[in-house]
Design a protein around this ligand. Structure first.
Ligand SMILES: Nc1ncnc2c1ncn2[C@@H]1O[C@H](COP(=O)(O)OP(=O)(O)OP(=O)(O)O)[C@@H](O)[C@H]1O
Length: 276
């Protein structure tokens, strides 16, 4: 059972805190060995913010996300969402995973896949229809709702997964390296889709990636994680103009400075780890 918990009231962007991650540590135990995946993670995400988490491979990004999603219990520390401690999947959360092939049900049409969580939410049919239509329209897939996921390209399948997440009307959207398995051009389109949905819906979004450019392009803030055992190395404010596009934003000098800064931090952490 969730309990009401004292929470931070203001995020770094000055908005009301929605997600509060406090001193989260995760040690995996088993087969006679223990792995300290995450040592100490503390940060807050404000309501309506788009925050990216970037870190090297094996830094514990998925572990952190599973702790936030209530799929894994931290060894110590806690995750507080909307003032309540998370100790199971919270009702107002949707997650988009990297492996769209495994997260969509192949025997269900696109619309049935999007509808499933809405049925679990026990929404009436008319409301479900409205949400399915709006979400599929928003991701540009209104015309393939009767298709099966395996009839679609990887990028389209991931758009179905995004449609399913936004149709659910989550208070917070978690995305775990959602575009790692698609080609570069599709990836750029999907990044722009995330920015435009975020603008339109204002949903609080935590986007996890190992791609520094992607983190800087998408986020209002970038949390930089160290190598495992993981801590937050830096919390970078992305002071790029809010209107972003793949060409002008990525070729601006400020973008280059920010990505250089994040890159340097990650490289330093890797060297530090190697030396230790
Ligand atoms: N179930 C598990 N049991 C034991 N160790 C685990 C388990 N899951 C993850 N780990 C270890 O925890 C560390 C962090 O893993 P995690 O998958 O969270 O990192 P990541 O940053 O998401 O990696 P990647 O970017 O490669 O997906 C790694 O050393 C990994 O081997």
């Amino acid at each position: 059972m969730s309990s009401m918990t004292q929470t931070q009231t203001q995020s770094r962007t000055g908005t009301e805190v929605l997600l509060d991650v406090r001193g989260v540590r995760k040690v995996y135990e088993g087969h006679g060995r223990s792995v300290e995946a995450v040592r100490d993670l503390t940060f807050a995400v404000g309501k309506g913010d788009l925050v990216c988490v970037v870190g090297p491979s094996g830094a514990g990004k998925t572990t952190l996300l599973k702790c936030i999603a209530g799929l894994l219990a931290p060894t110590s520390g806690e995750v507080v969402l909307e003032g309540r401690a998370v100790n199971g999947p919270p009702p107002g959360m949707a997650v988009v995973f990297q492996e769209y092939g495994r997260s969509l049900f192949p025997w269900m049409t696109v619309r049935k896949n999007v509808e499933l969580p809405l049925k679990q939410k026990k929404l009436p049919k008319a409301r479900r229809e409205e949400l399915i239509h709006t979400a599929l329209d928003a991701v540009g897939l209104a015309d393939v709702q009767s298709a099966y996921p395996w009839q679609l390209s990887g990028g389209m399948q991931q758009r179905v997964a995004i449609a399913r997440a936004i149709a659910y009307e989550p208070h917070i959207l978690l995305m775990d390296e959602p575009f790692a398995a698609v080609d570069a051009q599709t990836r750029a389109d999907l990044e722009d889709l995330v920015r435009s949905l975020w603008h339109r819906l204002g949903v609080t979004t935590l986007f996890v990636t190992h791609d520094i450019d992607e983190a800087v392009y998408l986020g209002q803030r970038v949390l930089v994680l160290s190598s495992s055992p993981t801590v937050v190395l830096d919390d970078v404010t992305v002071d790029l103009p809010d209107e972003r596009d793949q060409l002008t934003t990525r070729s601006s000098s400020r973008f280059a400075e920010l990505r250089g800064h994040v890159f340097e931090q990650i490289q330093r952490a890797k060297k530090h780890k190697a030396a230790a």
